[in-house]
Every structure is written in structure tokens, then in C-alpha cells.
Design a protein around this ligand. Sequence first.
Ligand code: SAM
Length: 228
Amino acid sequence: SDSHFPIPISPSDVDYSHHYPHFFPSEKCDHDNDNAPTPKIRFADIGCGFGGLLVSLSTIFPDTLMIGMELRDKVTEYVKERILALRASNPGQYENISVVRTNSMKYLPNYFGKAQLSKMFFLFPDPHFKEKNHRRRVISHQLFDEYACALEIGGIIYTVTDVEELGDWMRSCLEDHPLFTAVPEDELEVDPVVKLLTSATEEGQKVARNGGQTFMAIFRRIAYRTDL
Ligand code: SAM
């Protein structure tokens, strides 16, 4: 249950120096840097599973801090170990990725301030097929208000699923929201992140092996929409 993992009271309550020691030099020996801004997490992978996306993104954006949020304890521990092992065998690399065990549906605002994030990922979220369980989906109209708050203007939400009904649901939640607009096709073609959505994660690889179809919805956070 939730009581088994720590819940920060606000984003500033989280000590990220344990997550990204290379980006948070120890205070004692770094007085010259007293005025340097505290680095902030910019990408969040919601329901990151075994962490394949973070690992792939890490080397593409080596100066960007990113975090996975994962509900399952054992899976979170696995991702932690995976990152530590990658850091050990590739010195200086994979220092920008980490993971927290949390329920992102409840505690996202405890981790991220307003307009902090530039990218959010929802890759192969649990479908919760039955209508009475739709409230358990990590994508919903209400939750998009929170996601809109955490994303900066211009920030992007990437979603993908192999479940057509869920794909339609995610797309319609985004289309209905006044603070999101679809990223045009020509921009998606040159975005290096897009091809990772179906290839980088463990779930994506499973779907690809089985020849399954995938459904993407990729939307940008905007200030307001004039077409509603
Ligand atoms: N994104 C990964 C991938 O593509 O391989 C994992 C997909 S898996 C089907 C969905 C993941 O979301 C599971 O690992 C599950 O534990 C996690 N999850 C479900 N609800 C969550 C929540 N409320 N907060 C954080 N993680 C959640």
C-alpha cells in the first residue's frame, strides 16, 4: 500500500543528490558554485516498468535529468540496480536517469512544480478494460489537468499503446483538453524520441516481437486553444 513508500510533501522536499550525484556536487567542496541553480528534472516516464526508455533517452540527452515513476516495488528496485550497473560499467554515463517508487496518479504534484517538465511519457499503460476501472487509468480527463500543470508551455506528452480502445481514449482525452494540441506529423518525423516509443521499452519490444499494432498520441502543451 501507499504507506510503504515515502511521500514527499512538496517537490523541494525530495533530495535528488542521491539520485543524480554527478549533477549535485557535494556542498562542502563546492562553495564556488553556491549561486548555481539547482538542476531540475525535465523528463518523467510515468509507469516506467523496467526502465528501457530512460536508458535509451539517457545517452541522447546526457545533460537532461529524467526520472521514472513506478508503482511496483520489485520493478523499481530492478530499475535502480540496472542504472547503478550501467553507471559502473560506463563511467560518466547514465548519471542523468533515476527512478522513484510512487503512485503517479496520486503524487505527481508532490514531485514536480508548475511548468517544470518538458516531456512526459506514458508508454503502454495498463488498459483497465472494464468501465468501472477506467478511473484507474493513468490517463484521464482529470489527470490531464495535473499533467498540463507540470508541463511547460511547448512541452510534449508522448503516449503509445497496443490496445486500440485505450489509444482512442488517450487521444480523445488529449483532443478534448484546452491546453493540448496534436504535434504535426512533419515534426514527429524529425523527433528522435518518437521511434523509441515502440522500440525502447520492454513492453514495446514484446508487442513488436508479436507483430502487434501500436497507437500513438503525441500532444504539445499550449497556453490556450482558440478552436474550442
Ligand atoms: N512503460 C513500460 C513499458 O513500456 O515497458 C511499462 C508498461 S506496464 C504495462 C505499465 C506499468 O505502469 C507497470 O510497471 C505498472 O506497475 C506501472 N503503473 C501502473 N499504475 C501506476 C501508477 N499509478 N503509478 C506508477 N506506476 C504505475
